[in-house]
Design a protein around this ligand. Structure first.
Ligand SMILES: Cc1cc2nc3c(=O)[nH]c(=O)nc-3n(C[C@H](O)[C@H](O)[C@H](O)COP(=O)(O)O)c2cc1C
Length: 334
């Protein structure tokens, strides 16, 4: 057997496969199945500040209504003491998952205000989460915001969080930054321990019958993996952070490519929703088979051997091959 252990955010992993945030990682039964199938760690579904705000609004509405008082109608209202908020439910479930798994559990946050990010980060740290992931789902829709303003919002956030919690922090990023490497360095200087490349953006569709917008959630396909592999190859050895890949990882060959590019972990979500937790077993045995065939003794031995700095053909990771790629297509059609 090849040694497939890896290290991510300073945490030793028995292999590089992590179950990414999804409804699977938020269910105690499914989380156990993921662990049994070989997941090295799981990331909890994000704790969304916006859901907590909605909850508070409902709660205040109920309290106001009771304060006004409508005599016997009061008895139809829910008992405040019995009301379990979204936050209570989330923390109860997360606690149950954390205490029943042996593998590391990474908490995930999606905030709206600085105080919200900070308070919720502390709550997840109190649950003994092994690390915190910041789910930064930012769409730059305001045309007056400069790139520097957008970036500083998150670098400042990481800076504040770094002083507030002791656990490792990783930032799940979008690919849409004009100078991604520089931005990731800023995150590192402000205290991030790792990055996750890349968050997937769900594209709203236009319904031609109703002429209305429709939110759409489509699961990923393996075509998305190469963009992640390229960026990990470009940055992994030049910025001293942990790198994880998310988005389009469905098969063992793409997982191996992330490792060759210098990545430390690969997140799985869509493929597990489609095929179930046991797909992890298949991926692990296919990875083992390839590593044995190529006579590797460990993942450490191959990690980063095809990153930008170590590849004989590094220019291919840049713009270098753009024209030849276009020409190769024309040649095929002649
Ligand atoms: C149903 C569903 C729920 C998700 N929930 C979250 C979430 O709460 N927080 C988060 O950071 N990502 C969430 N994601 C994104 C995944 O964790 C993952 O990063 C993304 O789907 C790309 O990986 P994949 O190609 O393996 O699906 C969700 C994805 C799906 C499909």
């Amino acid at each position: 057997m090849v040694d497939i252990t890896s290290e991510y955010l300073g945490i030793k992993l028995k292999n590089p496969l992590i179950a990414s945030s999804s409804p699977l990682t938020g269910s105690l039964d499914k989380a156990r199945e993921l662990e049994d199938a070989g997941a090295a760690a799981i990331v909890l579904p994000s704790l969304f500040e916006e859901e907590l705000i909605e909850d508070q609004e409902i709660m205040h509405g109920t309290l106001d209504f009771q304060a006004i008082g409508f005599g016997e109608a009061d008895s139809f209202l829910p008992e405040i003491q019995l009301y379990q908020s979204h936050l209570d439910q989330y923390l109860e479930k997360a606690q149950a998952i954390k205490s029943s798994l042996d593998i590391p559990v990474i908490g995930s946050l999606n905030g709206r205000s600085l105080s919200g990010w900070l308070e919720n980060a502390k709550l997840l740290e109190e649950l003994n989460c092994d690390a915190l992931e910041l789910n930064t789902y930012h769409v730059s829709a305001n045309i007056d915001d400069t790139a520097a303003e957008v970036e500083s919002e998150y670098t400042l956030l990481v800076n504040e969080l770094r002083s507030a919690v002791n656990v490792p922090i990783t930032v799940k990023l979008s690919p849409q930054y004009s100078s991604l490497g520089n931005y990731i360095q800023q995150l590192q200087h402000n205290g991030a321990n790792g990055v996750v490349l890349f968050n997937r953006f769900y594209q709203p569709d236009i319904n031609l019958d109703t002429l209305r917008l429709e939110p759409r959630l489509q699961l990923s396909t393996p075509t998305e993996a190469l963009e992640r592999i390229r960026w990990i190859a470009l940055l992994s050895k030049r910025i001293d952070l942990s790198f994880a890949a998310t988005g389009g990882f469905h098969n063992a060959s793409d997982v191996l490519k992330v490792l060759l590019a210098g990545g430390d972990a690969v997140y799985l979500c869509s493929v597990l929703l489609q095929r179930g937790p046991n797909h992890i077993k298949t991926l692990l045995s296919e990875m083992q088979a390839w590593l044995l065939e190529k006579e590797y003794e460990s993942i450490t031995q191959l990690k980063g051997s095809l990153c930008y700095e170590h590849s004989d053909d590094a220019i291919t990771y840049e713009r270098g091959n753009y024209l030849s790629v276009l020409r190769s297509y024309i040649a095929e059609t002649e």
